[in-house]
Design a protein around this ligand. Structure first.
Ligand SMILES: NC(=O)c1ccc[n+]([C@@H]2O[C@H](COP(=O)([O-])OP(=O)(O)OC[C@H]3O[C@@H](n4cnc5c(N)ncnc54)[C@H](OP(=O)(O)O)[C@@H]3O)[C@@H](O)[C@H]2O)c1
Length: 242
């Protein structure tokens, strides 16, 4: 889309999660949609992010809802760029023996439950006669039909659950908010903290910089229309099988 076309994007955009991809998406949106005011939310809060939000906490989501209601600009776009694959006590499983209830719950909390509760938080700001986009970062490994190598039980399952939750959301919103568009995005393997430990076998030309991933994702996202709502798309705009 041309920058001229992107002038139609006015109002407020919220990017939740300013890790590698979230920060780059924020920068790209500011660059390509000059009439959009882009704000960020995350656990660190000001001055790193505009709003403080632990997306796994109900009280934080409620406070976010109140902050957005107080905004004078109309909410036009929300991008969820949070997610977790590994952590100090979280390692993607290679085999069943490594699977733990605690890790399953943690993965579902951030990668499945958080995105749909973010959508619930912003829903009261939608209007039947005004366009609104809700996009969330999923992952190709959340595709059940594309699962050929197994492993990563809890991350895969949590992303698959996110896909199902947001697919249901897209169907409900199609009826209630006909101009809303819900999109699930796979960024491609991108050089961020999340993928760092797993880049060994990724050919250099298949590893995107966050800037390149963001350019691609923003282009795909801005091209989506309400008729497309509920799509699960890769960085190149190609649909991914569920
Ligand atoms: N990188 C890839 O190759 C790749 C591939 C496929 C899909 N994805 C997906 O893309 C998304 C973005 O990943 P990334 O590569 O940009 O990873 P990243 O650099 O690790 O960023 C993840 C972000 O999520 C935030 N976050 C985690 N838990 C949170 C919470 N409870 N509340 C608020 N924020 C929270 C982190 O904030 P803190 O700084 O507070 O931890 C961080 O800003 C994820 O959903 C990931 O699954 C990435």
């Amino acid at each position: 889309m041309t920058s001229h076309g992107n002038d139609a994007w006015t109002g407020l955009a919220l990017v939740v999660g300013t890790g590698g991809i979230g920060s780059a998406i924020t920068a790209r949106l500011k660059q390509t949609c000059p009439r959009l005011r882009v704000i960020t939310a995350g656990r660190q809060g000001p001055p790193v992010q505009d709003l403080t939000l632990n997306i796994e906490r109900d009280a934080d989501l409620a406070a976010l809802g109140e902050s957005l209601v107080a905004e004078t600009d109309e909410l036009r776009l929300v991008v969820n760029a949070t997610g977790r694959l590994h952590g100090s006590d979280l390692v993607p499983e290679k085999r069943l023996k490594q699977l733990e209830r605690r890790a399953l719950l943690e993965q579902f909390s951030i990668n499945a439950i958080a995105p749909v509760l973010l959508a619930r938080t912003v829903e009261s700001l939608l209007h039947r006669d005004r366009p609104f986009h809700f996009a969330s970062l999923s992952a190709r490994v959340g595709s059940i039909s594309d699962n050929r190598s197994g492993g990563w039980y809890s991350y895969r399952a949590a992303k698959a659950a996110q896909n199902q939750l947001l697919k249901s959301l897209s169907i409900e919103w199609r009826r209630r908010w006909p101009l809303a568009t819900v999109t699930l995005l796979h960024p491609g393997t991108t050089d961020t903290d999340l993928s760092k430990p797993f880049q060994t076998f990724v050919p250099p030309d298949k590893l995107f910089t966050p800037q390149r991933a963001a350019e691609q994702l923003v282009e795909v996202l801005l091209a989506q229309t309400p008729e497309d709502s509920g799509a699960f798309l890769a960085w190149d705009g190609q649909p991914i099988d569920w």
